[in-house]
Write a protein that binds this ligand. Structure first.
Ligand SMILES: Cc1ncc(COP(=O)(O)O)c(C=O)c1O
Length: 327
């Protein structure tokens, strides 16, 4: 079949591809998903919604209590897709910060735009008269960097539309998370229930932004997915706090201590990942039973992405295997 140039022009997700290669005996430090069960109040609220008939179409924008003036989407991924469709016209440039989550660049292309890759320290020189928006991600996948208020203020000063993916905002281990909307109220901020509550399969995300932007997004969602699964939203209403924060901080500490002994590595201030500098081949690591993701996937060869979403025992076992192999 002849596939459209639009879809032919995008690459397969490198992180999703890696996940498909993982077998039982491999320790999965490639996955971007927590291994904890979804909190019981959320499950119970979902069951209650199902047994009370909340299986019908509901408002496209989402449950009022959940959307809080924004729009409920099928996870951050769809929020981002629709945001770029709404913001980008053909030929517009969107600045994407290096290294980047691969979905960013492909979604810009799907919106008819051109991703322009820039280092965070050198964004200004990438701005042209075609630049429409800048896409940032704090806490960051893959580096674990958390943007300071000062840095966000500098980004705001560029005068561009700012799209901020804050999917990992519940996992900031050093200091506090500062949302782009606290600095620039007219920016577009995307969050998700997937990581915070270990319920990625529910597909519940939220996008907030200027009123006219949200109205346009609701119009668009009305023609593509309609409402997000009604009982998943009811379940998400029971979500509270940051139930996995302490465990993740401990995992971060263990993973960083082990990793920084082997390779140069920034201590991640947030998120789920370490991004050490190394030339090891991820296929070699797979052979010794450890799955990670190659830096190329994020536009940063000479690195690997190690996820610390598994138990401390598994993280230690994975580093034992790597150390033995390196010897
Ligand atoms: C930066 C970033 N944004 C969005 C997502 C996807 O989140 P969701 O499950 O809400 O679509 C991920 C998942 O890996 C991510 O790393």
């Amino acid at each position: 079949m002849k596939i459209s140039a639009r879809v032919e022009g995008i690459s397969e997700s490198g992180t999703v591809k890696m996940s498909s290669l993982i077998t039982e005996d491999i320790i999965d430090l490639a996955v971007g998903e927590l291994d904890f069960p979804t909190p019981l109040p959320i499950i119970n609220s979902t069951i209650e919604a199902l047994t009370s008939g909340k299986t019908r179409y509901s408002s496209v924008a989402g449950l009022d209590e959940l959307r809080d003036g924004g729009l409920v989407t099928n996870g951050a991924k769809q929020a981002l897709y629709m945001t770029l469709q709404t913001v980008c016209s053909l030929g517009d440039e969107v600045i994407v910060i290096l290294p980047y989550w691969p979905t960013f660049s492909e979604q810009v292309k799907l919106a008819g735009g051109t991703p322009v890759f820039a280092d965070i320290s050198d964004v200004k020189s990438s701005v042209t008269d075609k630049t429409r928006a800048i896409l940032i991600n704090t806490p960051n996948n893959p580096t674990g960097a958390v943007y300071s208020r000062k840095l966000l203020e500098e980004i705001a000063k560029l005068g561009l539309i700012v799209i901020s993916d804050e999917t990992y905002c519940a996992f900031v281990y050093e200091g506090n998370h500062v949302s782009m909307r606290d600095v620039l109220p007219e920016s577009i901020v995307i969050t998700s229930y997937s990581k915070t509550y270990s319920l990625a399969g529910y597909r519940v995300g939220i996008v907030k932004g200027p009123e006219d932007f949200i109205s346009s997004m609701i119009k668009l969602q009305g023609h593509c997915t309609g409402n997000v699964c009604t009982f998943a939203q009811q379940g998400a209403l029971a979500a509270k706090g940051k139930p996995f924060f302490e465990e993740m901080k401990e995992r971060r500490d263990v993973a960083y201590a082990r990793c920084s002994k082997l390779w140069p590595c920034e201590k991640p201030a947030g998120g789920f990942y370490l991004f050490p500098k190394t030339d090891v081949n991820v296929q070699d690591l797979l052979k010794i039973g450890v799955a990670v993701v190659a830096g190329e996937v994020f536009g940063a060869p000479g690195h690997i992405r190690i996820s610390f979403t598994q138990s401390v025992d598994k993280i230690n076992e994975a580093f034992d295997r790597i150390e033995k192999w390196l010897e």
